[in-house]
Every structure is written in C-alpha cells, then in structure tokens.
Design a binder for this molecule. Structure first.
Ligand SMILES: Cc1cc2nc3c(=O)[nH]c(=O)nc-3n(C[C@H](O)[C@H](O)[C@H](O)COP(=O)(O)O)c2cc1C
Length: 353
C-alpha cells in the first residue's frame, strides 16, 4: 500500500535522513536493499553548483535502481538557492523533491547564513520555499526545534510560515541548533506541529525503534527520518518496517538476517562503494558500516577488528569475500567459543592463515 508524503508516492514511511559524508549513492543502495521508502542525498552546496564545481556536481549522481530521492540543498540566500537548484536540475539527474537544509548547526554552514542560521531569518526561509516552488518540484525544508528568542517564532510558527509559503513536507529535528547532536531529541515539540498539520510533518531525532516511531506516526507525523540509529544498526529498517506491517511479503529481511545475508549485503556494499566512489572512499565507508552489518553476531569481534585494521582495498576485499573462513569453519568458535568471541579477542588474520 503506497502512501503519499510531500506529493511523493512512497512504499513506506521509513526514510533515510540526509547525512553529509554518508548518504552517498552506494550507501543509499544499501538502504534501498533494506527497504527504506525514500532517501535523501547529502546536503549539497548551491554556491558550489553555481561555481561549476565538479566535486559538488558529483554529489548529484544517482545510482542505478534508486527509489524516491530528495536532493537536499543549502544556501544562505534565495538567489543562490534557486540558482543552485536550477543548475542541479539542468544536469539531467532526476529527483522527486528538493530539500532545503535549515537545520545544520555546523559553523562553516552557519557562517554562510545557511543551515540553522535560517531559523533566525524566517523571512529569508519563507522566500526560499516560495521561490523554489516555481521550479515545479515538491519542496521539503528541514528545520530544528526552536526555542523562541523574545518574540521570535517558535517551532510551530516557523513551520506554519513555511507551509503557508508552499512547503510540501517539513522535516523537524527535535533538538535545538545549540544542542547540535547532543542530548535527547524532543518528540513532543515535533508532535505539537504534527497535530496542527497532520500529514505534513516528518519527525527527525532518535528515530531508532518501533516504539518511538509509532509514537510519532500515531501523533500525526507522516514519516520519519532515520539517521544515526540506522547507521549503527541498518537492519533496524526491515525490522521496524515489518512490525509496522508494510509490505511484509516483499520485505527483504523480515526476521533477524542470517550470517550469509549479512555477508552478502556487506559484499554488495563493497562492490557498490568501489564502482561508484573508488578505493579511498570505499575503504572508509566499508569500515564505517561493518560494525552495524555484523552487530550482535556472536564471535564477530575479530572479523570486525581485521577489517578495521586493513590499509588497502585488496586486503579489505579479501576479508569481505573470505568471511566464511572466519565464521563457518568455526576458527573463532573453536578457539574462543561462540558466546565470548568478542570479549576474548585475538588476531584473526594470523589465525586464519
Ligand atoms: C554525520 C551527520 C551528518 C548529517 N548531515 C546532515 C545533512 O547533510 N543534512 C541534514 O539536514 N541533516 C544532517 N544531519 C542530521 C540528521 O539528518 C538527523 O536530523 C539528526 O542526526 C537527528 O537524527 P538522529 O538522532 O536519529 O541521529 C546529519 C547528522 C549527522 C550525525
């Protein structure tokens, strides 16, 4: 059963949040395999696109077979935002919506007047939505919880203004900008807006389990943006999707994945990383995802440590393809026992050769 979010038809409401340095095409492919309903690009600089910066343009690349994808842009003024969006759309990549980052708290973005700086400049934020709408695609701004300064807008007033200007979906991260990524996200602040605008708000912040996601969806959110929780445990997507009753028959990993399925997904990620991003990026990202893909597997500590310690791609690929030697032949289990493999450690490469 398809649902419509921000004028986009999607299969389920679990979305991969925009993550700078992470939601690159190979990683998005991993999450498509795991069953997300929609994904975001990393935030892309409009100034970089206008400058004809090849590196920025490469961030617009779409891998084969991707599902609904939101291109997230950032800029400090309306002209740059719209100019960058026009460049992006002229390059022939197809996106289902354009997101505007009004949430990033990092100094290098703030000092350009972009990201969460826009939360102090509601008039500019509203103009951005209005002008971007003229390009015809759905517009998805993403904001944060706002604690009003004097008679400045709070989260509800800010989101209302964006919706009045034509925003099709507003993502709200329940942490304030000064909080950055620390402490808990405030679900009630997001729900306050969702109750006022049911079906138009996507919740971000600590969307890591079925209970917290159900709480937001039951309260009127139309979808959730999954971020750090999904990176540290990617299989949370099919687990929650299945619990929510979305497309169970077609769900790739409705139960706990087998070791073979984990290793297969890991190998597919490795192939995609190499072919889409090259060895340097591939090695960094493979190490980043290894832990999550083998999370909770008894005796996998030494395997994880081996991959973490390799310094070149051929070595990494040997380990990716040779996973059986570590697990199935029971080298670790024989020596260290299945229950306590992680705790006792050892040198897997020496052991396996
Ligand atoms: C490494 C990292 C990169 C991020 N990059 C972006 C980004 O490019 N655009 C954006 O809107 N939010 C970005 N975020 C924020 C996340 O999308 C999300 O809103 C936030 O992490 C809260 O969700 P969580 O508590 O589930 O991690 C980033 C967060 C992290 C940790």
């Amino acid at each position: 059963m398809a649902i419509t979010v921000g004028r986009i038809s999607i299969e389920n409401p679990l979305m991969l949040s925009p993550l700078a340095g992470i939601t690159i095409p190979a990683v998005r492919r991993l999450f498509w395999r795991l069953g997300v309903g929609l994904a975001h690009t990393e935030m892309v600089s409009c100034a970089g696109l206008i400058r004809d910066n090849g590196k920025t343009e490469r961030m617009l690349h779409r891998a084969p077979d991707e599902g609904p994808l939101v291109l997230q842009l950032f800029a400090g003024d309306v002209k740059t935002l719209v100019g960058g969006a026009e460049v992006a759309l002229s390059l022939g990549n197809h996106f289902q919506a354009i997101g505007i980052n009004m949430a990033c708290p990092m100094p290098k973005v703030l000092k350009k007047g972009a990201g969460a700086r826009l939360l102090d400049r509601m008039d500019v934020a509203v103009d951005m939505v209005r002008e971007l709408k003229s390009l015809g695609l759905p517009v998805w701004p993403k904001i944060r919880k706002i604690v009003p300064d004097g008679d400045g807008p709070d989260t509800l007033r800010f989101a209302s203004a964006l919706i009045d200007a034509g925003a099709d979906n507003v993502g709200i991260h329940g942490r304030t900008a000064p909080q950055r990524y620390e402490g808990r996200s405030d679900p009630e602040e997001v729900l306050k807006v969702a109750r006022r605008f049911p079906g138009m708000i996507s919740a971000s912040g600590d969307m890591t389990d079925f209970e917290s996601i159900s709480h937001m969806m039951d309260g009127g959110c139309v979808s959730v943006f999954m971020a750090r929780g999904a990176i540290s445990d990617p299989f949370v997507i099919p687990r929650i999707r299945s619990k929510m009753g979305y497309n169970i028959g077609n769900c790739p990993f409705p139960q706990e994945p087998t070791l073979e399925e984990r290793a297969g997904l890991f190998a597919s990620l490795a192939e995609d990383l190499l072919s889409l991003h090259g060895e340097r990026v591939a090695l960094v990202m493979l190490k980043r995802f290894m832990s999550g893909l083998f999370r909770g597997v008894p005796g996998c500590g030494p395997y994880k440590r081996s991959i973490a310690s390799v310094s070149d791609w051929p070595q990494a690929m040997d380990l990716v393809l040779d996973w059986r030697r570590y697990f199935e032949r029971g080298i670790w289990n024989e020596r260290y026992g299945t229950e306590h493999g992680d705790a006792r450690g050892g040198d897997p490469q020496a052991e396996a050769r």
